[in-house]
Design a protein around this ligand. Structure first.
Ligand code: ATP
Ligand code: MG
Length: 232
């Protein structure tokens, strides 16, 4: 069975896509059959002719492979909110966790390694009964939690960690993204305090990159700062 990582975060806009793409780029150097997945996505509108979701466009830029969008991203709603709300407001069928897992298992069988990006945080409602957490549980993957050093992050990280732990989801570690170039004492110290409190490894501290471009050089720069291999 294929290995993999599920990349979740404390919030939306925290850097999950960038971190997932950078890890995919890094791991693709040693794993030939590697794939990315964004099971649930929403947004203002369809991103391009080829990709409904901008995140999927970025993730697929990181590695060379051919896969149908419907397998990588079975659900997209053109409204920037949770899949549950978006499907309801657009009068569309909400996502089925079972169908999304079917797609996940299809990819898992076909590839040697999967990098899966969540949506928002762990408790984003997917439909009227289930949250993203329920999907993650079924994948049996370990998670990376992406956070930023902004005020309030400690609370969001602990909520995420507690939810994973009480649901038997293994946590590989935490990535602190968007560390300012001149952090305050609090911002600079937050990773140490998180590590001390949670006993989880801080896998990387990624600086805020000015004029960030979505390309190989950015993926490589970020990947070098994250201490994780496909096997740990
Ligand atoms: N280290 C960084 N330095 C500068 N900009 C960053 C950094 N990380 C992410 N960004 C930018 O922040 C924005 C949000 O990042 P990203 O799309 O990866 O977040 P996300 O958690 O995947 O969001 P979503 O919930 O929409 O999926 C993007 O414009 C991205 O380019
Ligand atoms: Mg994203």
């Amino acid at each position: 069975m294929a290995g993999g990582i599920f990349v979740t975060g404390t919030d939306t806009g925290i850097g999950k896509t960038l971190i997932t793409a950078s890890l995919a780029w890094k791991f693709s150097k040693s794993i030939r059959k590697i794939c990315v997945m964004k099971p649930f996505a929403t947004g203002n509108s369809m991103y391009s002719k080829k990709f409904n979701s901008k995140d999927v466009a970025i993730l697929t830029k990181a590695i060379k492979f051919e896969e149908k969008q419907e397998n990588l991203n079975p659900y997209f709603y053109p409204l920037p909110c949770s899949p549950f709300m978006a499907s309801s407001l657009l009068n569309l069928q909400p996502p089925s966790i079972g169908f999304a897992i079917k797609k996940f298992k299809f990819l898992q069988k076909k590839y040697d390694y999967l990098l899966v990006e969540g949506i928002g945080g762990l408790m984003v409602p997917i439909n009227s009964r289930y949250t993203l957490l329920d999907f993650i549980k079924l994948t049996k993957l370990g998670v990376i939690i992406v956070a930023t050093p902004k005020l309030g992050t400690f609370n969001h990280i602990l909520l995420s960690v507690k939810n994973c732990r009480s649901n038997g989801i293994p946590i590989k570690g935490i990535v602190v993204n968007k560390m300012p170039s001149h952090p305050t004492l609090i911002e600079a110290k937050i990773p140490t305090f998180i590590q001390e409190f949670t006993k989880l490894p801080i896998l990387g501290i990624i600086p805020t990159i000015n004029n960030l471009k979505i390309n190989e050089s950015t993926f490589s720069k970020i990947a070098k700062l994250i201490d994780i291999t496909p096997s740990n």
